[in-house]
Design a protein around this ligand. Structure first.
Ligand SMILES: NC(=O)c1ccc[n+]([C@@H]2O[C@H](COP(=O)([O-])OP(=O)(O)OC[C@H]3O[C@@H](n4cnc5c(N)ncnc54)[C@H](O)[C@@H]3O)[C@@H](O)[C@H]2O)c1
Length: 478
């Protein structure tokens, strides 16, 4: 096998594997280096997202939601189910099968597109050489015309709660509990804390979430975050804001966490504790001292708008660079870089990256929040439509939350779409499409939406921006 490639990608997560497939499709001789192994020691492509992130967590969110519905929501439909029970190892086994199939899918795509998979740890050397160290310690050096670093991220550890993957776990360990913990502590009320906290709360765990910030979900639209906090309280997620963890002690299979909040010093004991305080880029040991690629003090690789590093021909995408740590952002950066290497024009619209928290109801948004726009002094009109007024949501017995559309007061152009409610992720994507085409709220209001659908809530929110909603009383004059 030749040791020279047009493109070598380091990392086969959603940034790396997508970049590799695209580069190969564009006729470039491409290799992708990955070292991650599954529990049986077999190479597992797909990165955090497929192995221990987005996909396994969604499998558990769906399983636990079905259990919750069977237990708590079926009766309202007149469905009587008795003795609903959860078999946790079976639920975990289903999740593992989904992960296995997805990983196999990427291996198949690599084969179909002619991407060479190189197993081992990749490290960028000087002059676009890439060193690969296999699990048995063998070292090979490859030469590339272009290198794409897509090494991803890993959970941040905090000294007061060191992860042992037994009693104190990170997001990976929390996907493999073999029984429902009676008392579950979660440090961090971010995306992971809320998603994994929800999984185990639905299955019966008493969940306490300890969050350092006073403000809940500070990056989310404030009106949405406020609604979410109310809904989660009803779901008995005990969210402690302004709570700083000072220490923890593991003893006899349980953990006591010490934290301080507005009430003073607190101590709580849990059967399991999930630490979900953010992730950091994996960039140490991926760049040799003479690679020429520069990183900031937090370990992120410096890149420009098109993900080019300080070394010509070396790019970096996904969680190792600035911007939100989201799989879809990484994939789009991977596509952009592959296209650029092939000599085509491509770019990512960083203003329109949707984000989703897969709780129930889901929380999703695209564009700017009301607080951002007001902070920037932009005059806006806001339309809100509650799912409580949606016939489709009523039929589904799923009426919590609302759709919120924010438009520029002068031009009517949609600047933000924020949803908390059923299928929020899918509804926000409609907003993203509209915004990508420069839609005004009026444009959205003039479109025909199928009836009855949840999407009608988006239609009505767009109409409400200019005081023209039909199925709620309008606050503004027409
Ligand atoms: N649905 C999704 O798109 C999805 C799902 C999972 C993860 N992710 C991404 O993965 C990354 C990591 O997720 P995450 O939830 O770990 O991070 P996050 O940044 O979303 O949330 C971490 C939370 O922990 C809090 N925190 C930090 N230190 C603390 C401490 N010592 N004590 C108490 N609270 C503390 C922070 O204030 C923050 O609210 C994020 O960038 C996220 O976007 C995305």
């Amino acid at each position: 096998m030749s040791q020279k490639f047009d493109v070598i990608v380091i990392g086969a997560g959603p940034g790396g594997y997508v970049a590799a497939i695209k580069a190969a499709q564009l006729g470039l001789k491409t290799a992708c280096i990955e070292k991650y192994q599954d529990k049986s020691g077999k190479l597992a492509l797909g990165g955090t997202c497929l192995n221990v992130g987005c996909m396994p967590s969604k499998a558990l969110l769906d399983s636990s939601w079905k259990y919750h519905e069977a237990q708590a929501d079926f009766a309202v439909h007149g469905i009587d189910v008795k003795d609903v029970a959860i078999d946790v190892p079976a639920m975990i086994g289903r999740k593992d099968t989904i992960v296995k199939n997805l990983i196999g899918g990427i291996a198949g795509l690599f084969k179909a597109n002619g991407v060479t998979t190189i197993e081992g740890h990749g490290k960028l050397l000087a002059n676009k050489q890439v060193e690969v160290t296999a699990a048995d310690g063998t070292v090979q050096v490859y030469q590339a015309e272009n290198v794409i670093i897509a090494a991803g991220s890993q959970p941040i550890d905090i000294p007061p709660a060191p992860v042992d993957q037994d009693v104190i776990v990170d997001s990976t360990g929390a996907l493999d509990f073999q029984a429902v913990p009676k008392r579950l502590g979660v440090i961090g009320a971010g995306v992971i804390g809320l998603e994994l906290g929800s999984v185990w709360a639905r299955l019966g765990a008493e969940v306490t979430v300890i969050e350092a910030q006073d403000k809940f979900l500070s990056a989310v639209d404030e009106q949405v975050a406020k609604e979410a906090l109310k809904i989660f309280a009803k779901q008995k997620l005990d969210i402690r804001l302004g709570a700083r963890v000072t220490g923890s002690e593991v003893k006899d299979g349980e953990v006591t966490v010490n934290f301080t909040d507005a009430k003073g010093e607190q101590h709580m004991t849990f059967d399991k504790l999930i630490v979900a305080v953010g992730r950091r880029p994996v960039t140490n040991n991926v760049l040799s001292a003479d690679s020429g690629v520069t990183i900031d003090e937090r370990g992120f690789i410096f890149v420009d708008d098109i993900c080019a590093t300080s070394v010509p021909g070396v790019y970096a995408v996904g969680d190792v660079v600035r911007g939100p740590m989201l799989a879809h952002k990484a994939s789009e950066e991977g596509i952009m870089v592959a296209e650029r290497i092939a000599g085509n024009k491509a770019q990512v619209n960083y203003d329109l990256i949707p984000s989703v928290i897969y709780t129930h109801p889901e929380i999703a948004g695209v564009g700017q929040t009301e607080q951002q726009l007001k902070g920037d002094g932009v005059a806006i009109n806001v339309g809100v439509f509650p799912f409580a007024a949606s016939g489709r949501a009523m039929a589904a017995n799923d009426t919590a939350g609302f759709v919120k559309i924010i438009a520029d007061a002068e031009t009517d152009r949609v600047l933000g779409v924020h949803v908390i409610g059923p299928s929020a992720a899918e509804l926000v994507q409609q907003g993203a499409i509209a915004m990508e085409f420069g839609s005004s709220a009026e444009d959205l209001g003039l479109m025909v939406f199928s009836h009855p659908t949840l999407s009608e809530a988006l239609h009505e929110a767009a109409l409400a921006v200019n005081g023209k909603a039909i199925h709620i009383a309008n606050r503004k004059k027409r």
